[in-house]
Design a protein around this ligand. Structure first.
Ligand SMILES: *Cc1c(COP(=O)(O)O)cnc(C)c1O
Length: 339
């Protein structure tokens, strides 16, 4: 049984080996774009006269909040799952996440007709569990105060021969996420700056691969919440810094550390990493609602908040703003806009 149940750990075992991780390249992003054609939306790019005047610049908003499942994560998830071997397909995909990655893996698995199992904290919002189940995934819950989700996930993957797809530290996931910036660079040439929301760094590292090929003069910034500036600390320290789970309204960026693959790409290519306060996220969310009539979740507002408050002189420049997602509980959203 053990012999036939091939167990695939998609996550690299950085802890047990000193060999550098194998990094994705722009070619992987281009290949991912091919796989995603007709699967992921080519999301719109919006302009805003108000924002342009405010910054004295030309801003281009890439709207991944309007992506399928409400965030860019379907790009990476589908790119990873679509490359499974027949044996892997039969056994299916497993993810641990209470957020957008869970729904993305669930939908990608449904599209590819394979089983999916999502490990979620038992106190995850009922709406998220329901959305994940609605894509046909099985949801397994755990107590996040007493149980270790990674250990549970690995045990389940092991028992069922499922392939664990991590939310960011995986070359196919990174390559898929890079396709959003690829679309932006192709439609808007000569961008001087690109601001990218940053949690574990999958979206940022994919964007950096796209920029390297399509817009080599574009300066790319990652933007993370001030309370959880582990990536900025890591960049400064030259090694991956781990922090306690940060308290921030940007729930998609509550990562304790970035990954070894994402860090290797980011440290090599990023212009800098900026950190913004939660109040600036609320301000950006209000701007989107009021001016552009779009719902952006707190994590998705990081990029604009970074452009507005990160201290980068943007006057006269062409600036890309990658909006990463729009999944926010409506009652919570209303409170942000109201307070
Ligand atoms: C996952 C997520 C992020 C962070 O992406 P990483 O690849 O982990 O850096 C940002 N915004 C939204 C909406 C997300 O779902």
């Amino acid at each position: 049984m053990i012999e036939t149940a091939s167990i695939h750990f998609a996550e690299p075992h950085a802890m047990t080996t000193n060999s550098p991780p194998s990094l994705p390249t722009y070619d992987d992003v281009a290949a991912a774009a091919g796989r995603l054609e007709g699967v992921a939306h080519r999301t719109p790019i919006l302009r805003s006269r108000t924002a342009d005047e405010l910054l004295g610049a030309q801003l281009f908003f890439k709207c991944e909040n309007l992506q399928r499942t409400g965030a860019f994560k379907i790009r990476g998830a589908y790119n990873a799952l679509s490359q499974f071997t027949p044996e892997q397909r039969k056994r299916g995909a497993l993810a641990f996440s209470s957020g957008n990655h869970a729904q993305a893996v669930a939908l990608a698995a449904q599209m590819l007709d394979m089983p999916a199992l999502i490990v979620m904290p038992e106190d995850a919002p009922a709406s998220k569990m329901a959305a994940t189940r609605s894509y046909g995934a099985q949801v397994v819950t755990y107590d996040r105060f007493t149980e270790d989700r990674e250990a549970i996930s690995r045990r389940l993957a092991d028992e069922r021969g499922m392939t664990l797809i991590p939310p960011f530290n995986h070359r196919d996931v990174i390559a898929g996420q890079g396709t959003a910036a690829k679309e932006l660079f192709e439609e808007v040439p000569d961008l001087d700056y690109l601001f990218v929301c940053l949690g574990g760094g999958g979206l940022l590292s994919g964007s950096l691969l796209a920029a390297g090929q399509l817009a080599p003069r574009c300066k790319v910034y990652g933007v993370e919440p001030q309370a959880g500036d582990d990536a900025r600390q890591s960049l400064r320290a030259g090694r991956i810094v781990q922090i306690p789970t940060p308290h921030t309204i940007a729930d998609g960026a509550q990562t304790q550390s970035i990954g070894d693959i994402t860090f290797a790409i980011i440290r090599e290519h990023v212009e800098d990493i900026l950190a913004v306060a939660d109040e600036h996220l609320v301000q950006a969310m209000r701007f989107y609602a009021e001016r552009k009539k779009i719902v952006v979740e707190p994590t998705g507002a990081l990029s604009l908040a970074g452009a507005l408050h990160g201290g980068v002189a943007l006057s006269g420049a062409r600036v890309g703003i990658l909006i990463s997602g729009g999944n926010v509980d409506l009652a919570r959203y209303a409170r942000f806009l109201h307070d």
